[in-house]
Ligand binder design. Structure first.
Ligand code: HAM
Length: 433
């Protein structure tokens, strides 16, 4: 048995899984192109301070943080947004807005490993920076919808809310930021009783607690009266009303656009990351209780990093979970079925010729391997059959002398001897049907 295995929470991707990961990545790139997002590549290792400042306790406490050999406090990125905001704050000064930026890659969180929860996972991340308008929020929702559709997924739904509602209430009740963040973290984990207890302990009035209890019960389809009910519920809180109206505008825009997205409003919805200031959302399918993606509006992060005041909204799609969803829903990948073959040298003398001919076939775009295990022809053919290859090219003594090769159609068990110059044409003809 091997002495080594992967570190807990880390995984190898075998060929089928690697192919599936690249398929989802490819869909994300397609969506990025269709919506005009330019790819940027940021480092996996960043300063701990940058990554932690607005990550929220949940993500902060799970970072792979360490000192590098230069005694710097660094960490593996737990997400992309902080890196993109850093880059924009430093390098995009005075550039015409908006910025549409896309990243894809691995991120790291010391989560408790379980199905769909890993310590190394992949995200495709989209950030739209420079606009505080509802059409920017709508674009992020639409492109996420488009990615899920492009990946072939069915029955996915969006949970949507607005952190401005809860923050509006907390600010008016003068809860300090630290307490607000603590309450939001608890609400994100649906530990509502604990959350309300923290609010109560600050001396907040009973009315505030009543409003919070009502809000967490308020859920409904976007086209129901749920936003009216939210508004009525928060009528004492000026900024919470503004937030509710902002959510209404975003929902109305999408509804009037005619795009079919299933949006479920959840008035007590909170997310762990602390930089959100506006609309927030997550995507789900019925058979998985964990989100396939999540995002929202964060208007103050870039200025916090020393950049110009730049409102922004974005999303990260959990590629590993989208892969799980594709497997569950048995979505065919529609990947190209390339014909494959093997070149078999019959003896010592034909080995060099086999290398040469294989190169010639590859130059013509044919996928071909070489028999390198020293097997006799019958065994080599047996192996090619077992691996469901389409053709074999056999180079023997006679062929070597006559400048020919024998080409065998493995499915039909037919064989032809042709001049080397005719090999590509013959293989193409044989494997065409
Ligand atoms: P997030 O909700 O922390 O948001 O992560 C986005 C997605 O990453 C989740 O919905 C989930 O699919 C996936 N994910 C999270 N943790 C794990 C894990 N341990 N294993 C597998 N998949 C996981 C963000 O990262 C924000 N940066 C999104 C954003 C971008 N907001 C604005 N711009």
């Amino acid at each position: 048995m091997s002495r080594f295995k992967t570190v807990r929470g880390m995984r190898d991707f075998l060929a089928d899984e690697a192919q599936l990961l690249r398929y989802v990545e490819d869909r994300a790139r397609k969506v990025a192109t269709l919506y005009g997002y330019k790819e940027i590549i940021t480092p996996i290792v960043e300063s701990y301070e940058l990554l932690s400042v607005k990550a929220g306790e949940e993500v902060r406490s799970r970072m792979f943080a360490f000192k590098d050999l230069g005694d710097r406090d660094v960490a593996l990125r737990p997400e992309f947004t902080a890196s993109v905001a850093r880059l924009v704050a430093a390098s995009f000064l005075d550039q015409p807005k908006p910025f549409r930026l896309f990243c894809v890659g691995s991120v790291y969180r010391y989560d408790e490993p379980q199905r769909g929860r890993y310590r190394e996972f992949w995200q495709s991340n989209f950030e739209l920076m420079g606009s505080n308008r509802p059409e920017a929020d709508a674009e992020i929702l639409l492109l996420t919808n488009s990615l899920m559709e492009n990946a072939g997924l069915k029955d996915f739904t969006f949970k949507i809310g607005h952190v401005g509602v809860l923050r509006g209430i907390f600010n008016q009740e003068r809860l300090d930021d630290r307490v607000q963040n603590q309450v939001m973290q608890l609400m994100d984990k649906k530990e509502y009783d604990d959350a309300f207890k923290v609010v109560q302990d600050t001396g907040a009035p009973e009315n505030c607690l009543r409003v919070l209890r009502q809000l967490v019960e308020l859920k409904g389809k976007a086209d129901s009266n749920v936003v009216d009910l939210m508004r009525a519920c928060v009528f004492d809180y000026e900024n919470a009303i503004v937030a509710t109206e902002n959510l209404r505008q975003i929902l109305e825009l999408i509804s009037k656009s005619g795009c079919k997205i299933t949006l479920n409003v959840d008035a007590g919805f909170a997310r762990g990351l602390e930089y959100y200031t506006g609309m927030i959302f997550e995507v789900y399918i019925p058979t998985l209780s964990i989100a396939l993606g999540g995002g929202g509006r964060y208007d103050r992060l870039i200025e916090l990093f020393g950049g110009e005041s730049t409102p922004a909204v974005g999303v990260a799609h959990g590629i590993d979970r989208i892969m799980m969803a594709i497997q569950q829903q048995k979505i065919p990948l529609g990947t190209e079925d390339r014909k494959s073959g093997v070149v078999i040298p019959i003896n010592e003398q034909s080995k060099a010729e086999a290398l040469k001919i294989a190169e010639m076939l590859r130059e013509a775009g044919l996928a071909v391997e070489i028999e390198i295990m020293g097997r006799k022809m019958a065994k080599a053919l047996e192996d090619a059959n077992r691996r469901k290859m389409n053709y074999a090219v056999i180079i023997g003594e006679r062929e070597l002398k006559e400048g020919t090769v024998a080409i065998r159609d493995l499915a039909r068990r037919e064989q032809k001897t042709v001049l080397i110059e005719k090999a590509v044409e013959t293989i193409n003809e044989m494997t065409a049907t």
